[in-house]
Design a protein around this ligand. Structure first.
Ligand SMILES: [Fe+2]
Ligand SMILES: [Fe+2]
Length: 283
């Protein structure tokens, strides 16, 4: 099987790293998500996981670079460039969090020890978790590009940061998956499917529980009681507005045996968003 057989993005699909810098000072010291402390805690928790998480994604794809060629190799390079710039911008956003007030050091220490454990399990485990978490980011990205209600009252530069990130996540949503398909081309369909299911179950448990716990810790640092903090976050994620619940049907698509991220072709929406951002500055 050649790389072209594994790739199902629209034929004219391109992935373009856009080297954009965002002014995140409007987030400093305030509930920048429209004045909502719970939404702010959830988005801060997501942002806190991105720099280390995206470094893992880059390394996971880079590990298989020697097995790639042609369009997939070019896409892998663009994927790495996009994630590197995302990481940089989220470091900037996270720098606005008061490390003396919030337990950021403790959260980062826990997160990094888990990622180190994962790295110790080898390149295939890293790539497996990457394709599962890229499914989550693709689901959230698709929603962020279509949900003005999430951004009501959020400062313009911060909205643009999340929309830019969402747009590029959508653009490269299949790259790690196609690299994994290439890396497992000699596996039987059953072995591939079993790995996808196993890795998604594990990633779902860790990703949702981590975001929930980290968000609650941020709220508790602001004085909210433990129960209220956890219930508020659960409600935000799975009740109203339902950050995770809203993309539940897309989530389950993963478990179809022949699933591919481009089964959900959102290229029309993506093209509309691409037009709203400046021309690419980085090649
Ligand atoms: Fe990213
Ligand atoms: Fe990504």
């Amino acid at each position: 099987m050649t790389p072209a057989d594994t790739m199902r993005a629209p034929a004219d699909h391109t992935i373009t790293p856009r080297d954009i810098r965002f002014d995140t000072t409007a987030s400093h010291g305030r509930p920048w998500m429209g004045g909502d402390p719970v939404a702010t805690a959830v988005f801060n928790a997501l942002s806190m996981t991105f720099p280390d998480g995206e470094r893992l994604f880059m390394d996971a794809v880079r590990n298989y670079r020697d097995q790639l060629s042609g369009k997939l190799l070019a896409e892998a390079r663009a994927f790495i460039a996009q994630e590197a710039i995302h990481s940089r911008e989220h470091v900037g956003l996270n720098a606005g969090l008061d490390r003396g007030h919030y337990p950021i050091d403790a959260i980062e220490t826990e997160m990094r020890s888990r990622l180190e454990f994962l790295r110790g399990r080898g390149p295939m485990a890293m790539l497996g978790v990457t394709i599962a978490l890229e499914h989550f980011t693709a689901m959230m990205a698709d929603m962020f590009l279509d949900a003005p209600d999430f951004w009501a009252g959020v400062p313009e530069d911060l909205v643009r940061l999340w929309q830019w990130h969402a747009m590029e996540e959508s653009e490269h949503k299949a790259v790690a998956f196609d690299v994994w398909r290439e890396a497992t081309r000699d596996w039987s369909p059953v072995k591939r499917y079993r790995m996808r299911v196993r890795i998604m179950v594990i990633s779902t448990i860790f990703f949702t529980s981590n975001i929930c716990r980290y968000s609650a810790k941020l709220l508790m640092a602001d004085g909210m009681g433990s129960w209220k903090a956890h219930l508020s976050v659960l409600n935000y994620l799975f009740g109203k507005p339902g950050l995770f619940r809203k993309s539940w049907t897309a989530y389950w698509d993963w478990f179809r045996p022949n699933f591919h991220p481009w089964d959900h072709d959102n290229s029309d929406k993506l093209n509309r968003w691409r037009a709203t951002f400046a021309p690419p500055l980085a090649a």
